[in-house]
Design a protein around this ligand. Structure first.
Ligand SMILES: C[C@H](CCC(=O)NCCS(=O)(=O)O)[C@H]1CC[C@H]2[C@@H]3[C@H](O)C[C@@H]4C[C@H](O)CC[C@]4(C)[C@H]3C[C@H](O)[C@]12C
Length: 325
């Protein structure tokens, strides 16, 4: 399971939790402007916007789970099993891009979410893996910049694009379901609830937080969507970068998975392997891992971006505890 959110404070922040039973060889990867991207069906992209994100590197190719480019455009792939539909053949008037190529293909050439929306609307997410040993993952995508976000879902019948007024994406079912489902929770409030149960009864709040009773607490995709939306949309944040980054991780912590609380059919433990927060303006990628709750950061603009070689930062996974005596 995964949850992707945006959060606007003085700057705009993007990020996600990545929930999985194991690592996918992820590390923070910076792709500089002159790294040559190759695509199955499209012309090479030798010069493009630089990007930073979490990826596994296969044959010197960055397979991004999510990334932000130097213009502050964000894109994340989230599991969408059973719904993601990747046609095996070309579609008239559409551009064939294999799903693992989509993040570089979009972030390499688009400056804004509006441009990305236009391009993604014309993509045929062709169901051909970029290599035999890399089976396709069923995904849908959350794309955002400082002006807003949208969701791209590869459904039967083609790529569907939805504006995302909530700024949250999780997993199944479709985005339209999650939006409709929010109507069920419109009575929730961060404030003290009033007695609307029965006027004949003298009902009173006996503790803080009771306006939110009914907010789902489980780790299912539909529940995480509601919980992340409630926390994000009612979020109050102090001034400055540190306050924003802390607040962002607090929202993600509310939908993080604790080892043992979700066991897959195969008997494996699903956990939040990492959570990240990216400042779209400064290109700083902050992350925590399941084992290491201290925030680690990598800055896009701290690297030479006119080169052609990937820059990889293996994750810092060791817990760092600061003793005070
Ligand atoms: C498993 C990840 C999504 C996590 C998620 O959404 N879990 C939800 C589970 S559930 O629905 O609620 O059950 C996805 C997100 C991005 C994916 C990766 C990226 O697509 C990049 C490559 C693509 C290759 O085809 C496969 C490896 C891979 C490196 C992918 C591995 C894996 O499928 C990732 C890491």
């Amino acid at each position: 399971m995964c949850t992707s959110i945006t959060l606007q404070t003085a700057d705009c922040y993007f990020g996600r939790t990545l929930d999985l039973t194991c690592s996918f060889g992820e590390r923070v990867v910076i792709t500089p402007r002159n790294y040559g991207f190759r695509f199955l069906r499209q012309r090479p992209l030798d010069h493009h916007y630089a990007m930073i994100g979490m990826a596994s590197v296969w044959n010197n190719y960055p397979l991004y789970a999510e990334a932000v480019n130097e213009k502050g455009l964000y894109m994340a792939g989230l599991n969408f099993p059973g719904n993601a539909c990747y046609p095996e053949s070309s579609q008239p008037g559409k551009t064939d891009v294999s799903p693992p190529e989509l993040i570089p293909w979009i972030l390499g050439r688009c400056e804004t979410a509006a441009q990305a929306k236009e391009l993604l609307g014309r993509v045929n997410p062709i169901g051909i893996p970029i290599a035999e040993e890399l089976p396709l993952s069923p995904l849908h995508w959350h794309v955002a910049d400082a002006d807003g976000s949208f969701v791209a879902e590869p459904l039967e019948g083609g790529m569907r694009i939805y504006d995302n007024p909530v700024g949250v994406l999780t997993n199944n079912p479709t985005f339209e379901f999650h939006l409709t489902n929010l109507n069920r929770y419109m009575h929730l409030t961060p404030h003290a609830p009033e007695n609307r149960f029965a006027t004949q009864l003298n009902l009173n709040q006996f503790g803080e937080g009771m306006g939110g009773i009914g907010l789902p607490g489980d780790s299912s995709s539909t529940s995480r969507f509601v919980k992340a939306a409630f926390h994000k949309l009612n979020s109050v944040c102090g001034d400055g970068e540190q306050a924003s980054v802390s607040q962002f991780f607090h929202v993600l912590d509310a939908v993080s998975m604790v080892r043992g609380s979700v066991v897959t059919k195969g008997g494996e433990q699903d956990i939040t392997t990492y959570a990240c927060c990216i400042n779209g303006r400064t290109g700083v990628y902050y992350y925590k891992t399941y084992e290491n709750s201290q925030i680690t950061a990598v800055g896009l603009f701290r690297e030479e971006l006119d080169g052609g070689e990937l820059r990889e930062f293996p994750l810092v996974t060791e817990q760092r505890i600061r003793f005070e005596n």
